[in-house]
Ligand binder design. Sequence first.
Ligand code: HEC
Ligand code: HEC
Length: 353
Amino acid sequence: MEFSNLPKHRKEQLAQLTTGTSRIVLSLLMGLFGVGLIWSVDSALPPAQEFPEYSQVLPDVPWDYKLFEDVDYANPATTEQVAYGRRLIMETADYLGPNSSKPFAGNNLDCNSCHLDGGTKPFAAPFVTVPSQFPQFRNRENKEGTIQERINGCMQRSMNGRPLPEDSEELAAMVAYMEWLSLDKPRGEKINGNKFLKVNYPDRAVDLKHGEKVYVQHCTTCHQSDGQGQRNPGSNTYLYPPLWGPDSYNHGAGMHRVITAAQFIKGNMPLGTTADEPLLSDEEAYDVAGYINSFARPLKNNPEADFPNKKLKPMSTPYGPWVDPFPAAQHKFGPFGEIAAFYQNEYGLKKSK
Ligand code: HEC
Ligand code: HEC
């Protein structure tokens, strides 16, 4: 594959991700071999045509999977780093899981279990343009946080594990991959499809019986009736990830909040669902989100330290303390209308989750 047709700004952006040394090596190599040089590292990356044309499904989502054609073949250091970052995101359990050689994660989920299609699917908390939105003020820590700290937030909660060292190759590779997904997009801006689809949750508590019905009808084929999913043969990763139990996200994870889980589920589940044509109604998503979160799962240690400014805590955070009079069960399963009204009247704060 030739690299001479790459736009100049891309090369510059990618070059910023690598060290000075590799840039010197790179310019030497380019000087020696000229533009005809061919690199074989592309075998580590998926061919572009494996990805569906999302533009056909969601006409106003301003990016597409052609990004994978735009790897900087002129810069193997970067390309390998990006490819490593992608593998870490797609097959986290094999690289960072409890049975891997670097067991930083405490479960066998992949980042891709929730950030679908390697963090490129609209409304599945995609990574496109995310690195350029950091540093960012984070309510959970009540301070400015970096993208590395945000990834480690998911490591300690969604992955029920330990933070990766700030200067680790793995954090650098994941960030490089996210940057690479974002090359074509304006820095600092959020793309359409950022985060999750909105759900108008009903103003009542979760109906667990209804949630179970939805689960049996739409989820058991893949996640199984015991919620434990199914492994990929010959790998630590899952074909269908578990939704509760010891190998799932812990109780401090965003997915453990009913409203966040309902938003993810509505836009993405059953697998294959897209946000422009959700299969589940808002009520079905809300009730099934409550159902999967009604089972036991690992506990995050020291959850009281989360959200130093308790007023900024999402109302659906299922563990205390809170600065409102509502019981734990209501924070977990709703109804949320009166909690939202309380924060509005008492503190002038608008809560959506
Ligand atoms: C169990 C589901 C789950 C898993 C697994 C998971 N995450 Fe997340 N992640 C979330 C949720 C939920 C959010 C919050 C989105 C929001 O702010 O509404 C999030 C947010 C993020 C964000 C910030 C996104 C933004 O738009 O600001 C980054 C970056 C991130 N995760 C990286 C990772 C990485 C890297 C991994 C793997 C090491 C990972 N996550 C694993 C559920 C998950
Ligand atoms: C056709 C198979 C399939 C069906 C049906 C399905 N899922 Fe999933 N689900 C997946 C896969 C696969 C993933 C992980 C994404 C990946 O590996 O690409 C996932 C991920 C998830 C996750 C985030 C990861 C985790 O382990 O927590 C949740 C939550 C979830 N599904 C809930 C549901 C719910 C609720 C339903 C029913 C409404 C459902 N799914 C139906 C295949 C399915």
